[in-house]
Design a protein around this ligand. Structure first.
Ligand SMILES: Cc1ncc(COP(=O)(O)O)c(C=O)c1O
Ligand SMILES: N[C@@H](CCCC[NH3+])C(=O)O
Length: 443
């Protein structure tokens, strides 16, 4: 077993998380169940803070709430001294409902609507990360009409390709996100911003991708941004107060995944920024990062119950769980790999190789291929590791399957922070079509 966070195998041979027996959690809350190891989230936030403090630079760690967003998580992020990256009105609403300080919220997105921009301005959030000219035009008009100042960063695509799945790689020039550097679009946007009375350009943002294991991409991005800063400094006398390098720090999903210690990513990007600033004889900007997965990914475990089993002699054994692509779409979307154990028999030696299927009407609904487990029986609990990021937040109701519950565990205690969806939730906002020609019961 990989021993994520506080996990261990207890005296009964069961997986324990945060000092709580996972079987007890399954019995109490049912399955599928997302279990978050709060201590692990705390430790990771601390690791980021310590890395920045060691470098003696001003910084912000903005939790990318798209990774996992709910009231309890926003409260925890606030308690841990994090800022927040939101990229929709729903994420902003959740943060505000949790009492997250508006001035520490940053708004992202390649298609913020006029309503979302208005909400951000009215709520006086910390900054808007401007992504394109459409948004810039709207934002200029909005702040002028409201006579309200707003801090902004400009998102640029540094032309750096992170070595990750192409769907989660964003820093390359051919991307829907941000202003590109080569065509001069970023220059034009900065020029517009510098002459605007209400929009205050605080700095530059780049995000090169996600699940990145090497620091080189971040170093390269910082260098590339500085090449542009040089130009802006000469042409427009502009030098940023803030350099936001985005998120993307990788985590362990499967054996063989070996991300760097969090501090090393920070050291390498901050040292690059220090060297570049020194070469220009300028101060080091405030460095911001936006980790999502690195804060919550390994802290999450999904507990399922094993149902059907299908043995195809000489071919494969399928064991099916009571969830699947509805609570974890990542294997279907990115061929993401996971590992798992039988939570109720975590100490037993492995005896067979099975493939774990979800319950959706979809052949692609597979969670793990060729997983070694003790002989699997119906009713066993399967714990899939590292599901804390982009699991619940990408959950859906395909096949009208209900979204699972989420429980936080820490120091031997457990608390449900999101209840399991109910059938009532499924049909609550629905009504009959008044012009339906067919009325049940009549021929
Ligand atoms: C702009 C931005 N910031 C931060 C993140 C968080 O990424 P991760 O969860 O990989 O740290 C993302 C998602 O990739 C993003 O698009
Ligand atoms: N949702 C993706 C990462 C991209 C998210 C942010 N741009 C994942 O599950 O890995």
């Amino acid at each position: 077993m990989n021993n994520y966070g506080t996990q261990r195998i207890n005296e009964m041979g069961r997986l324990e998380i945060g000092g709580v027996d996972s079987v007890l959690l399954g019995e109490t809350y049912g399955t599928p169940l997302f279990i978050y190891d709060v201590k692990d989230i705390r430790n990771r936030a601390l690791e980021f803070h310590e890395a920045f403090k060691k470098q003696q630079v001003s910084y912000q760690i903005a939790y990318a709430s798209k990774a996992f967003s709910c009231i309890a998580m926003m409260e925890l992020a606030n308690e841990l001294g994090l800022s927040l990256d939101v990229c929709s009105d729903g994420e902003l609403h959740t943060a505000l409902a949790a009492g997250f300080p508006a001035e520490k919220i940053h708004f992202h997105g390649n298609n913020k609507t006029p309503d979302e921009l208005e909400m951000a301005v009215e709520e006086k959030i910390g900054c808007i990360v401007v992504d394109n000219f459409t948004e810039l035009t709207w934002l200029m008009a909005l702040t002028e009409s409201k006579k309200t100042e707003m801090d902004v960063l400009i998102r640029i695509t540094p032309g750096v390709e992170a070595h990750t799945h192409e769907y989660i790689s964003t820093g390359q020039e051919d991307s829907k996100f941000g202003f590109d550097l080569n065509s001069g679009q970023a220059d034009e946007a900065i020029r517009l911003l510098l002459s605007h009375s209400y929009l205050k350009l605080q700095g530059v943002h780049s995000h090169i991708g996600s699940q990145i294991f090497k620091a080189e991409g971040f170093e390269e991005a910082v260098k590339e941004i500085y090449r542009s800063i040089h130009g802006w400094s000469v042409k427009m006398d502009y030098y940023p107060n803030v350099l936001n390098v985005g998120g993307g720090f990788g985590i362990r999903y499967a054996e063989g995944d070996s991300p760097l210690p969090l501090g090393e990513y920070i050291d390498r990007m901050v040292e690059t920024a220090k060297a570049e600033a020194a070469a220009m004889n300028k101060p080091v900007p405030e460095i911001w990062v936006e980790p999502g997965r690195a804060l919550v990914g390994e802290a999450g475990t999904t507990l399922y119950s094993i149902g059907a089993r299908k043995d195809i002699p000489q071919v494969r054994t399928y064991v099916s769980v009571d969830g699947g692509m509805t609570d974890n779409i990542r294997p279907a979307l990115y061929q993401a790999e996971y590992t798992a154990v039988l939570a109720n028999r975590a100490a037993e030696k492995t005896e067979e190789t099975v493939s774990v299927a979800g319950k959706c009407c979809e052949s692609g609904d597979m969670l793990i291929w060729d997983l070694k487990l003790p002989t699997v029986h119906q009713g066993d609990y399967l714990a899939v590791f590292s599901t804390g990021a982009y699991g619940y937040s990408m959950a859906n109701n395909y096949n009208r399957i209900l979204r699972p519950a989420v429980v936080f565990v820490e120091d031997g205690e457990h608390e449900c922070v999101i209840e399991r969806e109910t059938f009532t939730d499924l049909t609550r906002r629905e009504k009959s079509y008044s012009k339906a020609g067919f009325i049940a019961g009549q021929s």
